[in-house]
Every structure is written in structure tokens, then in C-alpha cells.
Design a protein around this ligand. Structure first.
Ligand code: ATP
Length: 237
């Protein structure tokens, strides 16, 4: 579904991605692992159109989308759940969800909006109870649910998640990953970048490990979980 070839990206002072290659199968849960600063968020930004790669290709459903711009990328069915959730704190839960649907709300497509809203509220019943509540007053876990819900409101075919476990208690992390598995069971293609390698690999089919913007390991999630190098570097020995 997504093929990344020779991806280079820079913030102006030399490349932080040095020719990454990876691919994501339709319907899979794929993990991108690496330490702080390895370049995971940069990969997510490049795919979602928030930054233009300096070199390389990002092919989505056979078409090169590199440098296409975030709005067009969302319209093609790719939605990002950003690092740190970035909910609109002063707005209500309902308004945050509406923001995720703006591309078809501006076309006054109310049917699609209600279908998608129903889907999201069924997945996250907690959000249903809190629709009028200000997003900034939600717990961290609820804000993460809202950030995922907002992304799902665009009716994506593929969901990109940038460190969804960040700052959350283990039990909440477990719930979030269980929901991602449920979504995967409904046919969603999922690409997650994480520092929390163990829980991610337990819920993934395939994984890539990057260091300083370069791919160092890749394989089936089960194999990576058992790999001594992964254990030592990312799973606490
Ligand atoms: P983290 O877990 O901290 O989010 P990461 O693996 O997602 O780490 P990136 O955020 O992609 O890593 O960062 C890769 C490199 O790019 C790092 O060296 C980082 O300092 C640098 N970098 C990231 N964002 C910027 C920016 N806006 N301007 C300049 N350099 C940046």
C-alpha cells in the first residue's frame, strides 16, 4: 500500500533521514521503532505531507505522494495522529471530531459525517459520554482516543500514529493498542512509530528499526521481539 524508497529529509542542516526504504502491506500493522531522535517523526511528517523530502519516493497506492501537501494526502486516505496528540484544547470533544471531518463537511456531506461519527463513537464509547466537554480537560488517555478519533473522522484507509503511548499509564497504553488491533481487524492499515517497542511489536505484524535516520533491522514482529539486538537496545536487555 505504501512504499518508501531512498527517503532523505532535512531541517536545513544536513539530512536527518539517509535513504530509508520500507514498505507497508495493505491491512497490516507495521511498527517503526527507534530511540529518541532516530527520525521516526520525520518519516511520519514526510508521509503525511507536513514536510517535503529532499530526495526519494513515497508511493501510496502506486502514486508518488512525496511533497504533495497535507490536505491532499488526507484526501487520498492517509491520516496522521500526531505526536503529543495535539487536540484543540479549548474546543469541545464534538468540535475536535468535526475538525477531522472538515474535508467533507465543507462539501456539506452530512451523511458521511454522521456515518463516520457513529463509527468513532462506537470504537470509543468514552468519547460519546464526553462530547460537550472541553478537550483540554480530558485525561491523557482520553485525549489520545480523541486524537485517534479525529484522524478517523476523515475516513482514512491508512492511519499513521506518532508515539501514541507517550506519557500514558501502562493500562491505558494497553487499551489504546487493543483498540488499534480492533481497527486493524476491521481492515485498517496501521503504521505506528514508537519508542515503546514491546507493546508495539506485540500488536504489529512487521517492524522496522531505525537509528540516526538509517534502517538497521527489519522483520516479522515476532522475530524482532525475540531478537537479541532488539531486546538489548529497546526492550531493557
Ligand atoms: P522523538 O522520539 O524525540 O520524537 P524521533 O525518532 O521522532 O524522536 P525526529 O523528531 O524525527 O526523531 O528527529 C530526527 C532528527 O531531526 C533529530 O536529530 C532532531 O533533533 C531533528 N529535528 C526534528 N525536528 C526538527 C526541527 N523542527 N528542526 C530541526 N531539527 C529537527
Amino acid at each position: 500500500m505504501l512504499e518508501i524508497r531512498d527517503l532523505h529529509a532535512s531541517y536545513g542542516h544536513g539530512d536527518v533521514l539517509h535513504g530509508l526504504n520500507l514498505s507497508i502491506e495493505t491491512g497490516s500493522v507495521t511498527a517503526l521503532l527507534g530511540a529518541n531522535g532516530a527520525g521516526k517523526s520525520t518519516v511520519m511528517r514526510a508521509i503525511s505531507g507536513l514536510m517535503k523530502p529532499t530526495r526519494g519516493e513515497i508511493r501510496y497506492e502506486g502514486q508518488d505522494i512525496s511533497g504533495m501537501g497535507a490536505e491532499r494526502v488526507v484526501r487520498r486516505g492517509l491520516a496522521l495522529v500526531p505526536e503529543g496528540r495535539k487536540v484543540f484544547a479549548p474546543l469541545s470533544v464534538a468540535e475536535n471530531l468535526e475538525m477531522g471531518a472538515f474535508q467533507y463537511l465543507i462539501k456539506r456531506d452530512a451523511t458521511r459525517y454522521h456515518t463516520q461519527l457513529e463509527f468513532v463513537l462506537e470504537l470509543f464509547p468514552k468519547l460519546k459520554e464526553r462530547l460537550p466537554q472541553t478537550a483540554g480537560t480530558l485525561s491523557g488517555g482520553e485525549q489520545q482516543m480523541l486524537a485517534i478519533g479525529r484522524a478517523l473522522m476523515s475516513a482514512p484507509k491508512m492511519l499513521l500514529l506518532d508515539e501514541p503511548s507517550m506519557g500514558l499509564a501502562p493500562l491505558v497504553v494497553k487499551q489504546i493498542f487493543e483498540t488499534l488491533s480492533e481497527l486493524s481487524g476491521k481492515g485498517m492499515t496501521i503504521f505506528i512509530c514508537e519508542q515503546n517497542s514491546e507493546v508495539t511489536l506485540r500488536h504489529a505484524n512487521y517492524g522496522y528499526v531505525i537509528e540516526s535516520g538509517r534502517l538497521v533491522l527489519s522483520g516479522n514482529a515476532k522475530e524482532l521481539l525475540a531478537d537479541a539486538r532488539v531486546k538489548e537496545a529497546y526492550l531493557g536487555g
